[in-house]
Write a protein that binds this ligand. Structure first.
Ligand code: TXA
Ligand code: MG
Length: 322
């Protein structure tokens, strides 16, 4: 009997989609060297074809197969943070297909830290293109059940590696233009990167000349639950609860304190008070609150300090479509 890893690697070789756990979120994987397989990712997700994909590698010894003109900073960051929740944007090798890069001259590369992801990548022996395994624009999955809920029959196999330990998507750093620029904040923070690079990275998305978003997460409405989400300062949470009760509305709340009121119309989720645990649980908490049939989700705004930057980024985007 083939092990689940062997089965998953065989499916990838056959051009099928395999969802697999990473330490950040679950990925929807396809053989990165097979454009027909990669096209299935876009169909399953309902994702626009010009959005580039991250190629997941079994080790940093695979870097040169995908990237060229690799700056010293890339090797330094790979050494410090791989395997782990960091994606590097580098100039692509000519053979890397437009289906992966969205037609750009760059490619996103990452060696993930989850043991099952690494086993799968080693068994497959090459690059696996994988966006988060959710329908386009929805909350990223952090359990195998989330993937099944979102994508169901569209995936040949879901490898179950339990709940993701980081919980939000990797930090994306663009090194393709001679500077280091954070395109998407993640739990590897600007300060962490600056410590290794000896210089703080620039923050923010460079506008693409054609208006195509380089980072699909840069779309404001990304990572959003269906229920409108509002971010509130700490003092305002209790007023929102009173207001909902006065209007006889159901309100979902994500806040660090325990629920101060017992009323079936208030669906309360007590959020972890540290950024790493808040991030780890964030998407599962948002999915649970989204499913509670409330008219709004009120989230108490976390602190603005460096450790909270990635969490604040995702919350701001989740609130943007409300
Ligand atoms: O943590 C993660 O990064 C997860 C796990 C599965 O590895 N993946 C993930 O993939 O979040 P996805 O596709 O949902 O987001 C990847 C982001 C997209 O916003 C995409 O636009 C950006 O990476 N990206 C990929 N290649 C790029 C490139 N060449 N230039 C700029 N952005 C790129
Ligand atoms: Mg995604």
């Amino acid at each position: 009997m083939a092990t689940p890893i062997e089965q998953a690697a065989a499916l990838l070789r056959a051009g099928e989609l395999v969802a697999f756990p990473t330490e950040t979120v679950y990925g929807l994987g396809a053989a990165a060297g097979n454009p027909t397989a990669v096209a299935k990712i876009f169909a399953a997700k309902g994702r626009p074809a010009d959005h580039p994909l991250i190629v997941h590698l079994p080790g940093d010894d695979h870097l040169e197969r995908w990237a060229r003109d690799i700056p010293a900073a890339a090797y330094e960051l790979a050494e410090a943070f791989w395997p782990g929740p960091l994606t590097l944007i580098l100039k692509r090798q000519p053979g890397v297909s437009d289906a992966i890069t969205g037609g750009q001259d760059t490619v996103g590369l990452r060696v993930p830290g989850h043991p099952l992801a690494l086993e799968l990548l080693r068994a497959f022996g090459g690059g696996v293109a994988a966006p988060s395994a959710n329908r386009f624009g929805r909350i990223s999955p952090t359990t195998a059940q989330h993937v099944r809920d979102d994508l169901g029959a569209a995936v040949a196999m879901v490898l179950d590696g339990g709940a993701c330990s980081v919980g939000i998507e990797s930090t994306i750093v663009d090194l393709s233009s001679g500077e280091s620029r954070i395109l998407r904040p993640g739990m590897v923070s600007a300060v962490d990167l600056g410590r290794v690079l000896g210089l703080m990275p620039t923050i923010g998305t460079a506008a693409a000349p054609d208006g195509v978003p380089r980072v699909s997460g840069a779309l404001e409405s990304h990572y959003a639950p269906r229920t409108p989400l509002v971010l509130l300062p700490p003092d305002a949470v209790i007023f929102a609860v009173r207001g909902a009760l006065a209007n006889n509305e159901r309100l979902a709340v994500l806040a660090p304190m325990a629920c101060p009121i017992s009323d079936p119309r208030i669906v309360w989720c007590q959020a972890p008070s540290e950024p790493a645990t808040f991030a780890r649980d964030l998407y599962a908490n948002l999915r649970a609150l989204d499913a509670a049939g409330c008219s709004r989700i009120a989230v108490q705004r976390p602190p603005q300090s460096d450790g909270w930057q990635a969490v604040n980024d995702r919350l701001r985007r989740a609130a943007a479509s409300a």
